[in-house]
Design a protein around this ligand. Structure first.
Ligand SMILES: [Zn+2]
Ligand SMILES: [Zn+2]
Length: 562
């Protein structure tokens, strides 16, 4: 009997390292750098939505200092698919690391609409690839392989290096009856397996789920009876990027003689992009404008919106709170939440659901009501991918540490030698060669980078965000008196806080904050603008206070000239 798992491919010469900067040990902000000899290729550049204790923070992105120090050697960013946790960080990363970006049509469609909003479209070099294409990036060649996920046009990658081929699964499930496009290209994965795979990096999100993940098509089967039996309006919340889900909702609406209103800017953008690129098919005239809503009877209306995760500023959350400018709930409404809470978001989602029930509407949510199917592979699918690719080494990616550890166990259980399987966190560099795969012991910065105030969903949100911010974490006013001609601090910094922490109990913290504020301004050129002073104080204090208290008070630096 030949045991392929024990006859792994030859390993070429050279130096190969993996540098995970996001998505390992957490859900979100996926970014993996692959360094082979002189070349670095980056897989994905995602964001993470803030955890509850980070209120007031809009987004969290990976720390890319390791890449910036080697910017000359970064040949490009290759994208697996168009979800926020894979492309959402790029508008903040690309200005600092302006390298070419490669991805499939829908993935780049979503990215380009983000870049446009950030004024980065013209300065970014981006190339559309198709499944089957290979792009040479220095000494590294990347091939896109068609897979299936909860967004169309998702791909796995075969990354060919001097030492051997790395297969990166991207996010995937093996959906043999997808809503858009072809089933996953298992044949190609198997052929790459035949050629020999040095290392498999595989999606761990559902490593705890037994069996196989239901097809997207099953969601349609869950939605159809709801559309058939609801007499009132139907509201459906899902991810703005879940084009397959939107397609099924629009199809059901059409079948049951409803017209659809899309609410939320991100969802409107995505619908427009996906329609333009042919990934979403909507009958002419079936989409509504908000002002057409009143003229239609309740049983003719479908409203699709964002907010399936209970995100504080999203459409559904505001609708549930009775604070949405366009949509107010009415009796007889049915609300479908076509998602399961991402770990960490449960409380927010439950808060929204409680509010919905209070408003006397019917609520159907998650896989419990068959209105959601996960986009991630369960254990049997994960095993199949390992069997098809037969890698020499295995590193689980995309998941909290528990998911990674369980996925590693699974890989060992299907026959990979224990020492060739490794679960690691963000920031831990792995070196790979013929002798094995191991952490180099070097840790690179891979902490949270916060984006505060740059990604605003809709007009009016700034005020709302400030309100939430103040209510949650309070405010600190930092007063510094500066002599304009010399830039010398002549008084302060004085700190005044309200609703943050009790001043007397945190004397040390305030002392440290004062010192930090002084340090922040001492490095500035004397003729720097006051806004630069303010930003310097704000950033240093935000960092310090968050580190010490896990809270993010609003910080208002006030500079007075003397
Ligand atoms: Zn995804
Ligand atoms: Zn993902």
């Amino acid at each position: 009997m030949t045991d392929v798992l024990h006859a792994p491919p030859e390993v070429g010469g050279g130096r190969l390292s993996l540098v995970p900067l996001g998505g390992l040990g957490e859900i979100g902000r996926n970014l993996m750098a692959i360094e082979c000899n002189d070349d670095i290729v980056v897989v994905d550049g995602g964001l993470m939505f803030p955890e509850q204790e980070m209120l007031g923070i809009d987004l969290v992105i990976p720390d890319i200092s390791w890449l910036l120090e080697r910017a000359q050697r970064v040949r490009g960013i290759v994208l697996t698919h168009g979800h926020e946790d894979h492309i959402g960080g790029l508008p903040y990363i690309l200005p600092r690391l302006p390298v070419p970006v490669y991805g499939t049509s829908l993935t780049l469609g979503f990215l380009r609409s983000k870049l446009k909003e950030h004024g980065l479209l013209d300065s970014t070099e981006s190339h559309v690839v198709r499944a089957g294409d290979t792009v040479e990036l220095g000494g590294i060649a990347v091939e896109w392989i068609h897979t299936t996920h909860s967004i169309p046009d998702a791909c796995a990658l075969a990354i060919r290096t001097a030492l051997g081929t790395i297969v990166h699964s991207g996010d995937f499930k093996l959906d043999h009856t997808p809503i858009n496009g072809e089933p996953p290209d298992l044949a190609r994965l198997a052929r790459i397996g035949d050629e020999g795979v040095l290392l498999l990096l595989s999606d761990s999100t559902n490593a705890e789920s037994e069996g196989t993940t239901p097809s997207e098509r099953q969601v349609g089967e869950g939605l159809s009876p709801i559309f058939a039996t609801s007499a009132g309006r139907i509201l459906m919340a899902t991810f703005a990027s879940n084009i397959s889900r939107l397609q099924q909702a629009f199809d059901c609406a059409e079948e049951h003689n409803r017209r659809s209103l899309v609410v939320g800017r991100s969802m409107l953008n995505n619908v427009a992009t996906a329609q333009e690129l042919g990934f979403l098919k909507v009958a002419p005239g079936s989409l509504l404008w908000p002002r057409q809503l009143d003229g239609l009877s309740a049983d003719r209306v479908l409203i699709v919106c964002t907010g399936a995760q209970g995100e504080p500023l999203s459409a559904l959350t505001r609708i549930a709170a009775g604070e949405h400018p366009i949509v107010q709930l009415q009796s007889g409404d049915t609300v479908i939440i076509s998602a399961n809470p991402i770990p960490g978001n449960e409380e927010l989602v439950h808060r929204t659901i409680n509010r919905l029930y209070r408003q006397q509407v019917k609520v159907l949510n998650g896989s419990r009501h068959k209105v959601h199917a996960s986009g991630h592979a369960s254990r049997e699918e994960l095993k199949l991918l390992i069997a098809l690719t037969r890698p020499r080494y295995f590193v689980p990616v995309h998941g909290e540490y528990r998911h990674l550890a369980i996925h590693a166990e699974l890989a060992r259980a299907v026959g990979l030698p224990p020492e060739r399987v490794l679960a690691v966190d963000n920031g831990s560099i792995l070196s790979v060669d013929a002798d094995g795969i191991r952490p180099t012991g070097t840790r690179v910065p891979a902490g949270f980078v916060y984006v505060d105030g740059l990604a605003i969903e809709e007009a009016g949100d700034v005020v709302l965000r400030d309100r939430v911010h103040l209510a949650q974490d309070g405010v600190i006013v930092v007063v510094v008196a500066v002599e304009r001609s010399t830039g010398a601090v002549v008084a302060g910094p004085d700190l005044i806080s309200r609703g943050f922490v009790e001043d007397s109990a945190h004397e040390q913290l305030f002392e440290a904050a004062r010192e930090e504020a002084l340090k922040a301004v001492s490095r500035l050129a004397p003729d720097a603008e006051w806004t630069v002073w303010q930003a310097a104080i704000h950033d240093r204090l935000a960092q310090l206070l968050y580190q010490r208290t896990r809270r993010r008070p609003m910080i208002l630096p006030v500079i007075t000239e003397v």
